[in-house]
Design a protein around this ligand. Structure first.
Ligand SMILES: CSCC[C@H](NC(C)=O)C(=O)O
Ligand SMILES: [Zn+2]
Ligand SMILES: [Zn+2]
Length: 442
């Protein structure tokens, strides 16, 4: 099929694209993703490729799909390639092509919800394995591929239960790949940690009464005290990003996402009553580099002091550390043999890496990092606008096909056997015990 760019796809490439488009067409959109049809499709793919397949429902109706390609040395720690099957909702009116039609335009851009986040990655894993099998490659390490539900709503019924299960322990996973972000330039982005979600509400109580009266300590005045204190902290963090001192993932963000007060009626709010309560909601993302005790102190001392009739409540409060009390960070230096192999694979695939980053939001990778397992967030997309959760999400076919080659190289390098260049780095991650170095603090 010819494109305006002069790109011509081979029959084999067209088949690869067709499978990607087929996956993208499944309606796995929240709030009610249809998980069974897509599970049937994926199982079909796994079987066609020749992988062992397993489906487990830790919560009924929310299947976790697991494929296994057994290595020649199955006692070595294995590699897990994780992706999620669900996608976030769309606002149809803003899309130039229907979000579940997976239309490829004349420039090779494939438009669909999930084309970047992260159905691309899931299918690229499978295509890479398909190609390696066809090429006669035999991995030393076992490779597992998981497709999990509900990442977009926190993963509580999906990845969390999977990673905590005895099924997962049996896999003896030494290294996990999960999602990253597109890169707007020619360097691939890679993520070695992520910020932790703290969602909270602050409620202010205050003097009620007639709207015409002047009181000290009215609810909205108290809430404003809180909003100002939080805004000051927010500015201190944002300034570090603006000045280039820190990357986005290296500071803690806090954003006011709703405000509510007053007495509503069908025709609008009552205008001459002072509310006795007011509430604000915040999306806060705590960097793993933060001093958590100092942050906690801010809540009762500055942001919601009882002296101002303020109280706070967490809607979600993730732990910033892993299960061993250390910051949940994967080492990206020579102390981590998985990192060394990953980096080498990208170079061998002809790619370049940007400076490793802390993911600004949350991914399922956090559940594996909690267990002390090294995780890298990586979605192989260069020269692509970051459109996850955005309108007109797309991925160009050339980037998609290139990404498959990158995963082939990652699997060759990280699973052995040693390649034609005599590389032996693989053996360094060969012990059954996780490297201590993955807990290295930066
Ligand atoms: C608390 S789970 C929600 C997960 C979601 N992840 C992404 C990548 O948007 C987020 O960070 O908001
Ligand atoms: Zn995602
Ligand atoms: Zn997402």
């Amino acid at each position: 099929q010819p494109f305006a760019t002069g790109l011509l796809l081979t029959t084999k490439e067209q088949d690869v694209v067709n499978r990607f488009q087929e996956y993208l067409k499944f309606d796995t959109v929240h709030p009610s993703p249809s998980y069974y049809p897509v599970t049937e499709f994926l199982i079909g793919q796994g079987k066609q490729i020749g992988l062992d397949t397993k489906v487990v429902e830790y919560v009924q109706g929310k299947p976790v799909i697991l494929f296994t390609w057994k290595g020649t040395e199955p006692s070595l720690p294995s590699i897990l390639l994780n992706s999620h099957t669900d996608v976030v909702p769309v606002e149809h009116a803003y899309w130039k092509h229907p979000p579940f039609a997976a239309k490829m335009d004349e420039g090779g851009n494939i438009y669909a919800r999930g084309s970047q986040d992260m159905k691309c990655v899931g299918m690229q894993y499978l295509e890479a394995i398909r190609n390696l099998i066809a090429a006669g490659f035999k991995p030393q390490r076992t490779i597992h591929v998981s497709f999990v539900p509900d990442e977009e709503v926190g993963g509580g019924d999906g990845a969390k239960l999977f990673y905590e299960s005895s099924d997962f322990k049996e896999l003896n996973v030494g290294f996990v790949l999960d999602e990253g972000l597109a890169s707007e330039n020619g360097n691939y982005r890679v993520f070695y940690a992520e910020r932790t979600v703290w969602w909270f509400q602050i409620t202010a109580a205050g003097h009620p009464g007639h709207g015409s009266r002047l009181f000290d300590g009215m609810a909205l005045e108290n809430l404003r005290h809180s909003l100002n204190a939080i805004a000051e902290f927010r500015k201190s963090q944002f300034d570090k990003v603006k000045s280039g001192e820190k990357a986005e993932g290296e500071v803690t963000s806090v954003n006011n996402v709703y405000l509510t007060a007053g007495t509503p009626t069908p025709t609008g709010f009552v205008m001459n009553m002072q509310p006795s309560h007011a509430e604000a909601g915040f999306d806060m993302r705590v960097t793993p580099l933060a001093d958590v005790d100092a942050l906690e102190k801010r809540f009762h001392e500055e942001w919601a002091p009882a002296s101002r009739n303020l109280t706070y409540r967490f809607v979600q409060k993730g732990k910033v550390t892993d299960n061993f009390g250390k910051p949940a960070i994967t080492a990206v230096d020579d102390s981590n043999p998985w990192w060394v192999m990953f980096k080498e694979a990208i170079a061998k695939a002809g790619g370049t890496l940007a400076k490793p980053e802390i993911f600004m939001a949350a991914t399922d990778g956090r559940y594996a990092r909690k267990q002390g397992i090294p995780v890298l967030g990586f979605s192989p997309m260069t020269n692509t606008p970051v459109l996850l959760h955005d309108h007109n999400e797309f991925l160009n076919v050339k980037e998609y096909l290139k990404g498959i080659k990158v995963y082939e190289q990652i699997l060759r390098t990280c699973t052995g056997p040693k390649d034609e260049t005599g590389d032996t780095s693989n053996s360094k991650a060969g012990s059954g015990v996780l490297s201590e170095t993955i807990h290295t603090e930066l």
